[in-house]
Design a protein around this ligand. Structure first.
Ligand code: OSB
Ligand code: MG
Length: 369
């Protein structure tokens, strides 16, 4: 496949409610959309999941655009005829920047699969048509507000609740939610907000039958997670620390994680995600699909990934309406706590071009020479 050009747009989409985590509060989602056009008229779409500031990971929207324009796309263009399976290898000399790389690989994969008439799901190795949905609940202003928000999601049918926690907002909200819903699958996500001096405090979560605690410590403190896992009974799950297949291997060898959150952007793409899935399956490690407040474009591919056999826990793959009043694709609508895996070619969703135009704040076309 020869690429003619890649259009990079910045879009800004308001969230239905503020999303507060230990690293800040999001009121709206800014992200990059890629539209790739091939020399023979094919098209591929992807979204780059980096956020506007480097608070969750080192990447951020305008930095991603810069590295794509300056280094990543020129290297892809130089190759000429390119397939998605070659992208990681071509981009390997450029260190880091997994989210930018993932966006390029995904756009190429979408164009390639549309050309071949294959869906993301069947290409990646999907084993089911429906996936179980969880929902990630931000830090609330009060316990009352939290109970209301969780109540809304429970009534909508979500099959698992994840509470964002941080020092000062942890044991008490978990206790109340567990007492209010004794049987709901429940887990927590700290986004690196704790340190090595907090092990005994985090053991205070043990009585609440949590599925897991996600990334309590610094991204680089893999050994700390292994130490913590020895002293608490809640299973430790890594998110931010797992930036590649190699990182996953190391974390498993160190016993720093017994469950892995796979986010394609964080690990450099869907192909690396499948490799991590396979590694975990061989080692009897459960995986689930994380989220980055995606629009329908990223969500479509995530839902396909989440339908692989090793994804045995509900993911942060919620319905479009949990995030946005209006999505930029045919919306993902939850039925009985599940989403349907798109069956059409490529990502398999219709794109709402008019709406994308409305929410575009910047647009640039990068052409192959
Ligand atoms: O840590 O999983 C996270 C959103 C943005 C950045 C990081 C995270 C999250 C979420 C929300 O928890 C997941 C989603 O519903 O998309
Ligand atoms: Mg997380």
């Amino acid at each position: 496949m020869e690429i003619k050009n890649v259009e990079i747009r910045t879009i800004q989409l308001p969230l239905v409610r503020p999303f507060r985590t230990s690293f800040g509060t999001q009121l709206s989602r800014e992200l990059l959309l890629l539209k790739l056009t091939t020399r023979d008229g094919g098209e591929g779409w992807s979204e780059c999941v980096a956020m506007s500031e480097p608070l969750y990971s080192p990447e951020y929207t305008s930095g991603c655009q810069d590295v794509m324009e300056r280094f990543l796309l020129p290297a892809i263009f130089e190759r000429g005829d390119v397939r998605a399976e070659e992208v990681a290898e071509i981009l390997k000399p450029f260190l880091g920047h997994q989210m930018a790389k993932a966006a390029i690989e995904s756009a190429i994969l979408d164009a390639q699969l549309k050309d071949e008439g294959i869906s993301f799901g069947s290409y990646l190795g999907s084993s089911r048509e429906l996936i179980d949905c969880g929902v990630s609940v931000g830090i609330a202003n009060s316990i009352d507000e939290l109970v209301k928000e969780v109540g809304l999601y429970v009534s909508e049918g979500y099959r698992r609740i994840k509470l964002k926690i941080e020092p000062g907002w942890d044991i008490e909200p978990v206790r109340v939610i567990r007492e209010t819903w004794p049987n709901i699958p429940l887990q927590v996500d700290a986004n690196q907000a704790y340190s090595r001096s907090d092990y005994s405090h985090l053991a205070g979560l043990d009585p609440y039958d949590l599925l897991l605690i996600e990334q309590p410590l610094d991204e680089h403190d893999v050994l700390g997670h292994a130490e913590l896992a020895e002293v608490i009974s809640t299973p430790v799950c890594l998110d931010e620390s797992i930036t590649s297949l190699q990182a996953a291997r190391d974390a498993l060898a160190l016993k720093a994680t017994t469950i892995i959150n796979i986010k394609p952007g964080r690990v450099g793409g869907y192909l690396e995600s499948v490799r991590i899935h396979d590694l975990c399956a061989e080692n009897d490690i459960a995986v689930w699909c994380g989220g980055m407040l995606e629009t329908g474009i990223g969500r479509a591919a995530n839902v396909a990934l989440a339908s692989l056999p090793g994804f045995t826990l509900p993911g942060d793959t919620s319905a479009s309406s949990r995030y946005y009043h209006r999505d930029i694709t045919t919306p993902f609508v939850m039925d009985d706590g599940q989403l349907r895996v798109p069956q059409g070619a490529g990502i398999g969703v219709e794109i709402d071009h008019d709406f994308i135009e409305e929410i575009t704040t910047a647009r640039k076309i990068i052409s192959a020479p």
